[in-house]
Design a protein around this ligand. Structure first.
Ligand code: ARG
Length: 444
């Protein structure tokens, strides 16, 4: 029974939040005259001593005391004696744990926010450096049109920006305080729930006591945001794995963010990127785990809900590592510009530019231009040439309306420079996007 019942081995991670919640609760009890003012002070002082002891010695896995809430109270009574028994007036572990966990998840979001901010800074820095570095853009992982590396990195900047706004939304929605809901029905004591909510940095108290003790949406939302963010990191991680492979050779990972092989001396393996890719599965698994835990629970509290913490803690640790690893990889990677350029030039990636030129300069309908370009690509492929290496007479043999000006658009540089639509890949647009991102960051 002890083993199945106890949550102390994992919920001790919330000891700081537990102390904070108790401090706010007892201060309010004193102010409201529910406990004598001097007892409240005594308890507050005792809680500070318990916190110091936890800080210095750690929190023991005392299974007999079941959870962090019982352990903190037991330590408190060791320090200050029977007056400790007044702390739990007008409170239940049900509203206590709901409060502690919200505080913990809120702190977790603040940590993720800071880490994502640093990651975005790394993306911006490298994007700035490579605003005009040409690489192949892919669809179906086939060379499609040339893009710039800066543009590609800024795509991730956008994704992470949306992730941050999702975390911020979740934080704003969860920022109401369940404390004072007691076991499930509220309490007859004259509490000041506004006061405890304010003291703990919440916008106000939750509105329904049954909902307060049974709601774990805030944890599910955290996991949803974490899963989405991990998914984005996983896509970049996968690109690093591909780019670092020898046939691609677009990127060389730094020594700090790669590993060797115990048998093959030449290896520089992208383990961290692979683990970011792998961790995203575990983070999404944590979301599924808590959804399954919650899906059939009647109101209000059931002990199943104690299983809410391990998936959230695990997901948070994995996400923190994943963000740090991707930040380190982005900051320290060497992008191999010549390889990227050669790959961009190799795949007939300016075929669309030839078709667009025929439309623009020779008035050819796009469908026909597409067909003519297809024949030019076939010719170039047969001759083992790039499109811009096909002699003019060969192009004119395919369509007489082509003239020498076409070479202005067939290079990969001309191609990327021409993509000036808002949000497009031209270096000018990429630099604008970076400047806009910098300005928005300064405003925040
Ligand atoms: N350890 C419990 C949890 O994490 C605390 C709440 C216990 N409440 C109860 N009614 N047994 O959920």
């Amino acid at each position: 029974m002890r083993e199945i019942n106890a949550s102390i081995p994992f919920d001790k991670r919330m000891w700081r939040q537990d102390i904070r919640g108790s401090q706010a609760h007892v201060a309010m009890l004193g102010k409201q005259g529910i406990v004598a003012a001097k007892d409240a002070e005594w308890i507050a002082d005792g809680l500070a001593q318990v916190a110091d002891a936890f800080e210095a010695e750690g929190v023991p896995d005392d299974l007999a005391l079941e959870d962090i809430h019982m352990l903190t109270e037991a330590r408190l009574s060791e320090k200050i004696g029977p007056v400790a028994g007044r702390l739990h007036t007008a409170r239940s572990r049900n509203d206590q744990v709901a409060t502690d966990f919200r505080l913990w998840v809120r702190d977790a979001i603040d940590q993720v926010e800071a880490a994502l901010d640093a990651f975005q800074e790394a993306l911006l820095m490298r994007a700035e450096e490579h605003a005009a570095t040409v690489m192949p853009g892919f669809t179906h992982l086939q060379s499609a049109q040339p893009v710039t590396l800066g543009h590609h990195l800024m795509a991730y900047y956008e994704m992470i920006g949306r992730d941050r706004s999702r975390f911020a939304d979740a934080r704003a929605r969860m920022n109401l305080c369940p404390l004072g809901s007691a076991a499930l029905a509220g309490t007859g004591f004259p509490l000041d729930r506004e006061a405890t909510a304010g003291a703990l940095g919440f916008d106000g108290p939750t509105r329904n006591s049954l909902d307060s003790v049974s709601d774990r949406d805030f944890a599910l939302e955290y996991l949803t945001c974490a899963s989405q963010c991990a998914l984005h990191l996983s896509r970049l991680a996968e690109e690093f794995v591909i780019w670092a492979s020898q046939p691609f050779g677009f990127v060389s990972l730094s020594d700090q963010w790669s590993t060797g092989s115990s048998i093959m001396p030449q290896k520089r393996n992208p383990d961290a990127a692979e683990l970011v890719r792998g961790h995203s599965g575990r983070i999404t698994g944590a979301l599924m785990s808590l959804m399954m835990t919650m899906k059939g629970l009647p109101l209000a509290y059931s002990k199943d809900m104690q299983d809410d913490k391990p998936p959230v803690f695990e997901a948070h640790d994995l996400l923190g590592l994943s963000i740090a690893a991707m930040t380190g990889m982005v900051e320290s990677a060497t992008f191999r510009e010549a390889r990227m350029r050669a790959a961009a030039e190799a795949g007939f990636s300016t075929a669309t530019d030839l078709a667009d030129w025929l439309v623009r300069e020779a008035g050819v309908p796009f469908r026909e231009a597409h067909h003519i370009t297809g024949r030019a690509v076939a010719k170039a492929e047969a001759e083992n040439l790039r499109l811009d290496q096909l002699p003019l007479d060969a192009l004119q043999a395919i369509d007489a309306r082509i003239d020498g000006r076409v070479y202005d658009v067939l290079s990969v540089d001309a191609s990327v420079s021409s993509r000036t639509s808002f949000g497009g890949t031209s270096p000018m647009r990429v630099r604008e996007a970076i400047a806009a991102a910098r300005a928005a960051r300064e405003e925040n």
